[in-house]
Design a protein around this ligand. Structure first.
Ligand code: ZN
Length: 172
């Protein structure tokens, strides 16, 4: 079922921390199906359960073929929906990368966000199997963005010196 996506930086639903999944049940698999159905028409590369109003620690990542370059994780296949349950970053790399991010919950808003270029992660897949390893490139980026959603963090929280445009000023 296609679900509606919560939007807005001050939306309480998006700002609430999600709970770990105790067991991969039928309900969890149903939620995974809903997330897959929702992300296609929405046109995103990632979706977190709280974005459709479910406070469970589950994310969906889809790497489009055109972006599939060096994602650093062999379980990551282009254009395939990947469900990660209870995903956790276990190590952040020292190098920082800047990348332009957007979010289905903050439509029409993009910003350069600096995050570690590489991370190591653990998670469960849809069948409840433990997966994980190193993530680089776009995969590392989406992983960090989506896990933030599970903690009520939106990408605009990472944008420094964010100000409203002053109509009386001239900007370069
Ligand atoms: Zn997002």
């Amino acid at each position: 079922m296609i679900r509606s996506i919560e939007t807005g930086t001050n939306n309480e639903i998006l700002r609430t921390k999600s709970e770990p999944v105790a067991k991969v049940t039928r309900e969890i698999r149903k939620l995974a199906r809903d997330m897959k159905a929702t992300i296609g028409p929405a046109g995103g590369m990632g979706l977190a359960a709280p974005q459709i109003g479910e406070h469970v620690r589950m994310i969906l990542i889809t790497i489009p073929g055109e972006y599939y370059d060096d994602t650093g994780f062999e379980g990551c296949q282009p254009d395939k929906h990947m469900i990660l349950i209870n995903p956790e970053i276990t190590r952040f790399g020292a190098d920082q990368c800047s990348f332009e991010e957007g979010c289905l919950s903050l439509p029409d808003y993009f910003a350069d966000v600096v995050r570690p270029c590489e991370v190591e992660f653990t998670a469960l897949d849809e069948k409840g199997n433990e997966i994980g390893g190193e993530a680089t490139g776009i995969f590392a980026r989406i992983l960090q963005h989506e896990i933030d959603h599970l903690d009520g963090i939106l990408f605009d929280d990472h944008v420094l010196n964010k100000r409203k445009k002053d109509p009386s000023k001239i900007y370069i």
